[in-house]
Design a binder for this molecule. Sequence first.
Ligand SMILES: NC(=O)C1=CN([C@@H]2O[C@H](COP(=O)(O)OP(=O)(O)OC[C@H]3O[C@@H](n4cnc5c(N)ncnc54)[C@H](O)[C@@H]3O)[C@@H](O)[C@H]2O)C=CC1
Ligand SMILES: O=C(O)CCC(=O)N[C@@H](CCC(=O)O)C(=O)O
Length: 488
Amino acid sequence: MTASLFINGCWLEGNGQAFASLNPAEGSAVWEGYAADAGQVADAVDAARAATLTWADLGFAGREAIVKRYGELLDRDGELLAQTIANETGKPIWESRTEVGAMKGKIGISVTAYHDRTGIRENEAPGAKAFVRHKPHGVVAVFGPYNFPGHLPNGHIVPALLAGNTIVFKPSELTPAVAEKMVALWEEAGLPAGVLNLVQGEKETGMALAQHPDIDGLFFTGSSRTGELIHQQFGGHPGKILALEMGGNNPLIVDEVADQRAAVHDTIQSAYITAGQRCTCARRLYVPKGETGDRFVDALVAAIGKIQVGRQHDDPQPFMGSLISEQAADGILTAQASLVALGGKVLTEVRKLEEGTGLLSPGLIDVTTIEELPDEEYFGPLLQLIRYDSFDEAIALANRTRFGLSAGLLSDNRDKFDRFYSRIRAGIVNWNKQLTGASSAAPFGGIGASGNHRASAYYAADYCSYPVASLETEQVTMPANLAPGLSL
Ligand SMILES: NC(=O)C1=CN([C@@H]2O[C@H](COP(=O)(O)OP(=O)(O)OC[C@H]3O[C@@H](n4cnc5c(N)ncnc54)[C@H](O)[C@@H]3O)[C@@H](O)[C@H]2O)C=CC1
Ligand SMILES: O=C(O)CCC(=O)N[C@@H](CCC(=O)O)C(=O)O
């Protein structure tokens, strides 16, 4: 058991339920500890509240110095952090290292974004100067998902701290060890007590934090189901800021391409990287009916059959690792069975590779004949294929979703991309590039059930502070002319 919570600069044991994380490729224990109960969540919010003035008063340069020190520590301990990510999520070590790389890259990008999006502006106004500056919200809660347990919470924490907020961080209960290592680095970087607090635990801990009356905002990355619940809780609280980064049911359309091999490659990178556990992953693949489409599907099926799946440290490294848990893997098998029951035809079957693990082989299922295709995010390596008659039909089908995170077109025809771009509804729209691997230097977010118009990544700066307009002059002076009806 470890002291799993970090509140007001002290590591503490939780007073709530015991819980544990597992290495999902092996079933072995990675971390054990106790959840924060509602009282400890309240203590964390109080500590964050008490630290707000000290942190804001440090000024941007003081905060930036600590954030940069954290970046140096990420450099020093990057390999250890990557090993922890690999062990706790089942991702291959090559991919865990890229996650740590993204965490380091976030620092410079967030500093630039802070100035670019929320910098100071000064204009002349009659008899005064007009300023636009930005202030932190105060205490914000950060919720993280399991699929990028370092990079995605980091994408809220770094800009929130730079802007001067204090934080209570609730990581996914499936990845507590990664969160603990990350917060320990922040502590070593010299954050004053109370500026960043860690409350570990399951849904109950999350609910206690989301419902706490003294938070000023909540930055969430996770499923649409949980995001919608939190959105309901925030109803009637217009004074609080809520940023929701949620799931997707993302379409990828294949049109005419000269390089079929490249199109197969981009499809695989879109659908199966991270074992299909990215919010940006392609879930629905649209391919034209007819011979050209048939050839593409045959080539895709052949390529899927060659994807290597394995454990984190296998040598040579696999492309896909384990899903986060055996339960998550079983969920994908259930989804496949339900699509088959609706009339789907399996082209490559998703199979469990080893009982007691989350290791699945990647799958492709033709769901063209299913009239009411469930609009669900299957968060794993199961891609649904739909054959289409016309390009416009493909776009209409692609838009048939309540989500709107990412969408893509593989086509050598610029006019087709222009048509696709103008009609498709999503926050990320790519042409001849994979759907996954979005840039931290761009806005990142979706519409519909994918987000609430608070894009993250580069635009995270926008939701981390509020703009203040000021008219300022050194002395009170009488105006040259008085308004009608006034005499002084
Ligand atoms: N749009 C984006 O930027 C991204 C979205 N995601 C989405 O995240 C999901 C996978 O992550 P998960 O960890 O399964 O998400 P999740 O929604 O199950 O959990 C996210 C966080 O919310 C907490 N939570 C769960 N129920 C709660 C409740 N009722 N009240 C308060 N907190 C609660 C969890 O403990 C966890 O900390 C996928 O749907 C994926 O698409 C993942 C990465 C990026
Ligand atoms: O948040 C950022 O800095 C950029 C967005 C990002 O990294 N997206 C990744 C992972 C998100 C996910 O799908 O879970 C991606 O698009 O692959």
